[in-house]
Design a protein. Structure first.
Length: 164
């Protein structure tokens, strides 16, 4: 006979749920990119069938022991596959000593786990020179233009397996 009605409990619960994760707004491509705007992009996935290639503006240049991310402000770090705490600590110091410029990031690859500071630094410096070449080529070229192409699958495989 006397029913207890809960008023607003669901609303409060719903509100806390929605407050936890920020709303990701879906943008139309026309709102983000304007006609004739020049962008430096990297192909993430080749085109397949009737689908075009997948592109990103978060560039990454892979070296033997590290990956340089020229326009990613989130510093970088060490590969998750490197689980040994001592190695991670040592490599964290190596990354800190690299003095990565503001607005760039570096990730140490698993292949760099047992490498010396000098070897990792040499790889990083190579990637920085490569990035400078990409930048200067970009400024000299007229869009659309290919400014850098990573080595073939065979070359990449040799690079990755050479040190195992």
């Amino acid at each position: 006979e006397h029913e207890v009605e809960s008023v607003g409990a669901e609303d409060a619960l719903e509100e806390t749920r929605s407050r936890r994760k920020p709303v990701r707004r879906q943008y139309k491509i026309q709102e983000v990119i304007k006609r004739r705007q020049i962008l430096l992009v990297q192909v993430v996935k080749e085109e397949r069938g009737n689908k075009g290639a997948a592109l990103t503006t978060y560039l990454s240049l892979a070296g033997r022991y590290s990956v340089l991310m020229p326009n990613t402000a989130r510093g970088g770090g060490i590969s998750r596959k490197i689980t040994n705490a001592q190695d991670r600590k040592r490599l964290k110091e190596v990354v800190t000593d690299l003095d990565v410029p503001q607005g760039m990031g570096v990730i140490l690859r698993t292949a760099g786990e047992s490498r010396t500071k000098a070897e990792i630094k040499r790889d990083y410096e190579y990637l920085m020179r490569l990035w400078e070449n990409v930048r200067s080529l970009t400024l000299q070229s007229t869009a659309p233009a290919l400014v850098y192409e990573e080595g073939s699958l065979i070359k990449r495989s040799v690079r990755d397996l050479y040190n195992k």
